[in-house]
Design a protein around this ligand. Structure first.
Ligand code: PEP
Length: 248
């Protein structure tokens, strides 16, 4: 972990019911959090209000997506204004499931990031390569291309956290080794330094996602450029999943 405040996000994806979420929230509310860790959870849209109204203020809320601009005649979309109205502080954008299952491209994701930031909604900006891209030696090319799309679009980096999530590690149980993750994190930081500014490179938190759990997080967190985690599957259970953000 570097010098910025450690950041642990739980991405609940399209999981949960009113009952299971109420149990998860009550477990989170009774957990002891370390003071120097930002903890954020990302429930499905339909449960955002329930979570906001029942979860301790200590934990912030992220949406899993947003529209590219002001709300209006965009059936099925959710606007940044609506997310802020519910008390969301963050939005996850560019998640691999949205890129590769839903088909969102760099430009569309960049537009969303720009609008969210312009309205003071923080962005968890996800990047990461597919297995075949890694095997073809294209990991850096892909990550830098995705970074450039964010860089070309966003007005500022103040409220943006980069999440490096190699697609082959997401939901597969195949976590990147601390060395594999560190190698990309340092390359992304270096990219920021060369293409944005040295200040942004040193201040921007770069978190790792991909099969993080209570058993592997401590080793990953020792790496200099790993500033936190985005946790999927394991975030649906409190103790193992947020273990780096919690004193147990
Ligand atoms: C994610 O979806 O952001 C993720 C990292 O998932 P998992 O932890 O389940 O691999």
């Amino acid at each position: 972990a570097g010098s910025g405040k450690f950041f642990v996000g739980g991405n609940w994806k399209c999981n949960g019911t009113k009952d299971s979420i109420s149990k998860l929230v009550s477990d989170l509310n009774s957990a002891t959090l370390e003071s120097d860790v930002d903890v954020v959870v990302s429930p499905p849209f339909v449960y955002l209000d329930q979570v906001k109204n029942s979860l301790t203020e200590r934990i912030e809320i992220a949406a899993q997506n947003c529209w590219t601009g002001k709300g209006g005649a965009f059936t099925g979309e959710i606007s940044v204004e609506q997310l802020k109205d519910l008390g969301c502080k963050w939005v996850v954008l560019g998640h691999s499931e949205r890129r590769h299952i839903i088909g969102e491209n760099d430009e569309f994701i960049g537009k969303k990031a720009a609008y969210a930031l312009s309205q003071n909604l923080g962005v968890i900006a996800c990047i990461g390569e597919l297995l075949e891209e890694r095997e073809a030696g294209k990991t850096f090319d892909v990550c830098f291309r995705q970074m450039k799309a964010f860089a070309d679009a966003v007005p500022s980096w103040d409220n943006l956290v980069v999440a490096y999530e190699p697609v082959w590690a997401i939901g597969t149980g195949k976590v990147a080794t601390p060395e594999q993750a560190q190698e990309v994190h340092v390359a992304v930081r270096d990219w920021l330094s060369k293409n944005v500014s040295a200040e942004v490179a040193s201040k921007t938190r770069i978190i790792y996602g991909g099969s993080v759990n209570g058993g592997n997080c401590a080793e990953l967190a020792k790496k200099e450029d790993i500033d936190g985690f985005l946790v999927g599957g394991a975030s649906l259970k409190v103790l193992p999943c947020y273990s780096y953000g919690l004193c147990q």
